[in-house]
Design a protein around this ligand. Structure first.
Ligand SMILES: *Cc1c(COP(=O)(O)O)cnc(C)c1O
Length: 454
């Protein structure tokens, strides 16, 4: 067998994404839309949500899922969250309005983020949303709004500063927590203190379980002060696995500057962990089974015995396989031993490129003219802009046939944070439209454009 020097990182198989290509729909949409576009696969979102809700139900713990909206701006995912019995986690007045406008009940909204502005807090209190309070003065503002408004008690969680992240800019330290609990008790009927929350970066389970156990303890303390304190939020951070273990480990072990355009260097720690043995709902199940340090039971059992509801706020994990991004090859030029493919869009539609990192799952080259000669054709992918650094893929991808102008390039699994976090009409290029595709099990999938409430 011929061994290529080029590491490959194939996306995990996804029949729905394949169907968009094999049915001819991708080529037709590229022609119709005349530029790059995003495909949204909302059935994957619904399946991910259903799996997470089943995990919660199976452990016998009370639980609720909030979709962290910042991971994708499309309306369809909010609609699917509402239809699937989930809430939405928002951090701006605009996100809150979007969620309400697409069918999420106010009481199913979770409002996170630091030092929330007044309009956001007022909307939250008016609509009975839960506010994850990040500072004592924010709590004072919520109390003031609830005291003067007519909407009933404001629902709050207190966001806790993790001991493992003492330098985080989010959350209340011990002193602030004590002050906040006192103020909640003093606020009487104006406030319903529902419990505590955290959000940890990184993907390790043990620190999450340990912190969750601490929050359950805090609920006990708060209850002894007469507060409701029956819910804790574990935040987001459920991992997504994009590629298989073998490809990932081989890549990490062999990647070197020769594999990248302009001998660009990345440390292995610069990358998202594109393979994760436990991902999505499986990671949630593992977290619920994890025994916090010093505890004799797993997290779910601890919560159930304490009468505490567990809330989760996944963004990326709900969007696993829920979309892809399609560009057209606009030009191809030869370099020493590889090619540079220029596509008709920018790396603003692939956000990872803007964090000193690289979106690693291999893009799929879809020839639109028959007859390409099979082989190994390494190529990096650049944007149709005048910035030297605007590369969609620095890595030389081992394409199985030569890229040619007119071919499509599909980046798989981009719905979680990649497609639209950073987009802007740079160079006056229009933003790529979002095409919602479902019924991918039929010979001809069905499509429509994503629609936002006016
Ligand atoms: C970003 C964020 C999330 C979602 O994180 P994921 O890694 O996408 O699951 C959840 N909660 C809070 C408070 C966040 O800031």
């Amino acid at each position: 067998m011929e061994v290529t020097p080029w590491p490959v990182l194939p996306a995990l198989p996804d029949p729905a994404t394949d169907a968009v290509v094999t049915s001819g729909l991708a080529a037709e949409l590229a022609y119709a839309l005349g530029g790059p576009f995003h495909i949204l696969l909302p059935d994957a979102f619904t399946a991910n949500l259903t799996a997470m809700r089943s995990v919660l139900a199976d452990t016998g713990v009370n639980g609720f899922v909030y979709f962290a909206k910042k991971a994708n701006k499309a309306a369809v995912f909010v609609e699917r969250a509402a239809a699937g019995g989930a809430g939405v986690d928002v951090a701006s007045a605009a996100e809150l309005r979007e969620a309400l406008g697409h069918g999420v009940r106010g009481e199913h909204l979770m409002v996170t983020g630091p030092a929330k502005d007044h309009v956001l807090l007022r909307l939250a209190v008016t609509h009975g949303a839960t506010v994850a309070v990040d500072s004592p003065d924010e709590l004072d503002r919520v109390v003031a709004l609830a005291t003067t408004g007519r909407a009933g008690p404001a629902r709050v969680l207190l966001r806790v500063l993790p001991e493992s992240r003492p330098h985080s800019r989010f959350g209340l330290d011990d002193l602030e927590l004590a002050i906040a609990l006192k103020r909640c008790a003093e606020a009487g009927d104006a406030i319903r203190m529902d419990g505590f929350s955290f959000h940890l970066s990184g993907y390790a389970l043990q620190p999450r379980a340990d912190l969750a156990a601490r929050l359950i303890g805090l609920c006990r303390t708060a209850r002894s002060q007469g507060l409701a304190a029956g819910r804790i939020s574990l935040g987001g951070g459920l991992p997504v696995s994009y590629t298989d273990a073998d490809s990932w480990n081989t890549f990490l072990g062999t990647q070197n500057p020769g594999h990248y355009h302009a001998r660009k260097t990345f440390g292995t720690g610069d990358f998202y962990p594109y393979h994760s043995p436990l991902a999505g709902a499986h990671a949630l199940a593992a977290l619920l089974a994890t025994r916090p340090e010093g505890a004799d039971r797993g997290l779910a059992d601890l919560a159930r015995d304490a009468g505490v509801e567990l809330l989760v706020e996944p963004g990326r994990a709900l969007l696993d396989r829920a979309g892809a991004t399609v560009f057209r090859v606009q030009g191809v030029k030869d370099r020493d031993g590889y090619r540079i493919v220029t596509v008709d869009g920018t790396s603003l539609s692939l956000s990872e490129q803007w964090f000193g990192s690289e979106y690693l799952p291999d893009p799929l080259l879809v020839p639109t003219v028959p007859g390409p000669v099979p082989g190994v054709y390494p190529a990096s992918v650049g944007a149709a802009t005048c910035l030297e650094s605007d590369m969609l893929t620095w890595r030389k991808i081992a394409f199985p046939h030569p890229p040619r102008p007119g071919d499509l390039l599909l980046y798989p699994n981009t719905a979680g944070y990649q497609m639209d976090s950073n987009e802007s009409p740079f160079h006056d290029l229009p933003l790529p439209p979002k095409v919602v595709v479902d019924r991918t099990d039929r010979p001809r999938p069905r499509w429509r454009l994503d629609r936002h409430a006016a």
